[in-house]
Design a protein around this ligand. Structure first.
Ligand SMILES: Nc1ncnc2c1ncn2[C@@H]1O[C@H](COP(=O)(O)OP(=O)(O)O)[C@@H](O)[C@H]1O
Ligand SMILES: [Mg+2]
Length: 256
């Protein structure tokens, strides 16, 4: 569904990504992890067509990203950015409707289908109760749910998320990631997420890419990537990695 081939990127003279190649299959949930400044957001910007790579290419649904217009990309891919500014005085329904834009022929006509999709998505995410409230009157967790609803209203094949749970409490972290997991499982969406919390990454993602020093340090199943040795090499911490049967996932404890 999405493939990067030998991606390199820089800001002025500073190289921040070198020869990054991987592919993500349809219906997969991939996590991108790595220390601050490792290049995660830059990689996401390249995969969403916001930034051009220095070398290499991105294939989206079999097509070279450079051959697609912004609108064509948005018909395939939706993005939940690290921080998103939404002007106040838009209602939740207005914001979710913005997600329909790539499918609208004209900016000013809202079809029956648009209304139905917006209603369905709002229901699916469980935000029906605050549909008519203003976006600036919601908490951070509620607002994040609305941003995800807007992304889903795009009916994307690929969902890109940059630290979607960064400022959320543990309840909302579980809710948002559970939701993405469900979309992957039930609707066959392909999800690519940048995330800092290694325990959540292990628990929700099927595959992980660990970025370090501009390159892919390791890539594979959570148990192959999140080893004590890799964590030592990349994060310079002593960590214990155990399997927790009650959550059926790895659990990482940093010792020092
Ligand atoms: N717009 C920019 N201009 C110059 N340097 C940047 C810019 N954005 C990011 N960088 C630098 O690129 C590197 C990778 O940043 P980023 O991709 O945001 O990392 P991450 O998301 O993994 O924390 C960092 O060293 C950062 O300082
Ligand atoms: Mg980042």
């Amino acid at each position: 569904m999405l493939q990067t081939k030998n991606i390199s990127a820089s800001y002025r003279e500073t190289v921040v990504l070198e020869e990054v190649s991987f592919q993500v299959e349809e219906g997969e949930f991939l996590g991108i992890i790595g220390p601050n400044g490792a290049g995660k957001t830059t990689l996401l910007k390249i995969m969403t067509g916001v930034k051009s790579p220095l070398t290499g290419e991105v294939m989206l649904d079999g097509k070279d990203m450079r051959s697609l217009s912004r609108k064509q990309i948005a018909q395939i891919m939706a993005v939940v950015p690290q921080s998103s500014f939404i002007p106040p005085l838009f209602t939740v329904e207005d914001v979710v409707m913005m997600g329909r834009y790539p499918h609208q022929r004209s900016r000013f006509t809202i079809t029956k289908e648009d209304n139905e999709v917006v209603k369905d998505v709002i229901q699916k995410i469980g935000i029906t109760l605050f549909g008519s409230r203003f976006i600036n009157e919601l908490s951070g967790g509620e607002r994040q749910e609305v941003i995800i609803a807007r992304a889903l209203a795009q009916k994307p094949k690929v969902l890109m998320l940059d630290e979607p749970t960064a400022s959320l409490d543990i309840k909302h972290q579980m809710k948002i990631l559970g939701l993405v997991k469900m979309l992957v499982k039930e609707d066959g969406i392909t999800a690519i997420m940048v995330i800092h919390d290694l325990n959540l990454a292990a628990r929700f993602c099927q595959r992980l890419i660990l970025l370090h020093n501009c390159k892919i340090h390791s890539h594979g199943k959570p148990e192959d990537v999140l080893t004590s040795q890799n964590l030592k090499e990349v994060y310079e911490v002593d960590a214990e990695v155990n399997y927790n049967t009650s959550i059926d996932s790895l659990q990482i404890v940093v010792k020092e």
